[in-house]
Design a protein around this ligand. Sequence first.
Ligand SMILES: Nc1ncnc2c1ncn2[C@@H]1O[C@H](COP(=O)(O)OP(=O)(O)OP(=O)(O)O)[C@@H](O)[C@H]1O
Length: 488
Amino acid sequence: MGNEMKRGSIPIMILANAIQMIVLLGASKNDNENLTNAQQIVTDSLMNARTVQALGVEKGLVEMYMTWVEKSMSGMCKRNVLAGIGFGIASGVMFFIMAGGFYVASLLIKDEAEGSWAENTHRQEGIADFKGVMMAFMGIFYAGMGAGQAAVMMGDATKAKVACHDMFKLMDRQSQIEGLDPKGDSPEKLDAGIIEFKEVKFFYPFRPEIQVLKGINFRITTGQSVGLVGPSGGGKSTVMSLLQRFYDPQEGSVLIGAEKLPLHSLNIRWWRKQIGFVGQEPILFNANVRTNLMYGVDESDQVTEEYLRQCEKMCNLGFLYKILGVRPVRVFRWGARVRNGNQGLETEVGPRGSRLSGGQKQRVAICRAVLRNPKVMLLDEATSALDTQSETIVQKALEAALKGRTSFAIAHRLSTIQGCDVILVNADGRVVESGNHSELMALKGLDAEDAVCWRRDAVQGVQKGNTIRKQAKKTIKQTQKVSPFVEE
Ligand SMILES: Nc1ncnc2c1ncn2[C@@H]1O[C@H](COP(=O)(O)OP(=O)(O)OP(=O)(O)O)[C@@H](O)[C@H]1O
């Protein structure tokens, strides 16, 4: 009877668990996508909390978040009801098996017990003794339970597989530019400061319909400073990306050195060591300044304390040593007073550098770039997010940092890069004009309407720049009278 029960109940139990599993797997991919979208909103909102508040979009974001959560919830609710039914059936079958098992066992044991009670002198022969019955029963029961639980867990395993699908897809993706396992030459004698763009045409792989660069040509020699100006969307940052070899152009070539070696033939790690980059929004890590500065330095490169001090000085990091005042530490140590100041290179910058001002962060970022002693410096609107006073200080740091190096600087105003050796006016994916500031100013015929704006801006920029500089100096002097901690 036990065997019959086994034969009959186990397939039913497995079927019940299978139903439960199928239901669990059903909509999990869609739910996963919806939850990912919801999580993305939370991450973006927290990372950009100030912008969210400034724009007053808190409610809108909460609504967007709720929409995604509700979308996944409606699917989940249905699935959970079905999963509940499946689970109920699976558990029910198990309990029925248990009940049946106990019933069968009770019959067998009852025979044995009746014998011992009724006659009390000799045991009546039963089909099995108590121990054997219980062993068989427990064996069936736990095997069934284990199989059921394993089936349920398989649902979780598949859900985990779905959740990891995108991650594995990303991990398996082979980058066309392999940064971790670089190949190609590392020619120590190649002058990385000589850069040529030859008929470079490029579109972003995810937007092949938009031809961003339509044939860029220029040649820069060692030590030259290049200013990239032009209307928004003209392709200035794309040129910077190609210089850093985040992408390779589809047509044309980027050539390096007097030997004109194609950039794609060079070892990418070697090439990136030749480049220092300072962006518009400096990215600092939640650590002290020293750690942030050493981030870009290879372990094999020995950075002496002396060189570090030189770079600090060059980048105007004096603020790291300023004492901002004194304050009592705690109530029970009222008498004790500590210096409420920065601690040199050991100063903690906070999450994303939040304990430093924009200008200070930018100077740390410049110092980080300079510390690598790169041949080429790339500046992507490095001062555009700063106020006039900070801009002047950072500009000084930049001027020192760029000396003797080839440099590319993107700016929205000609006035910001008027001192550059070459200014490339980039519009609609082409270099429409080039020359130094006075050459550009002297040009009469203009191809693009935008260029008129750049030129007009240049004239006004020079005049404005001088006035602003005078005003800034005046303000600093006035403020210094009130607070001695304002920097020049
Ligand atoms: N990662 C990307 N994927 C797809 N298209 C992009 C990407 N980055 C930029 N683009 C597109 O390439 C074009 C040129 O952008 P780019 O950022 O190079 O211009 P820009 O001159 O630097 O503009 P801005 O002065 O506003 O920073 C734009 O049309 C932009 O939409």
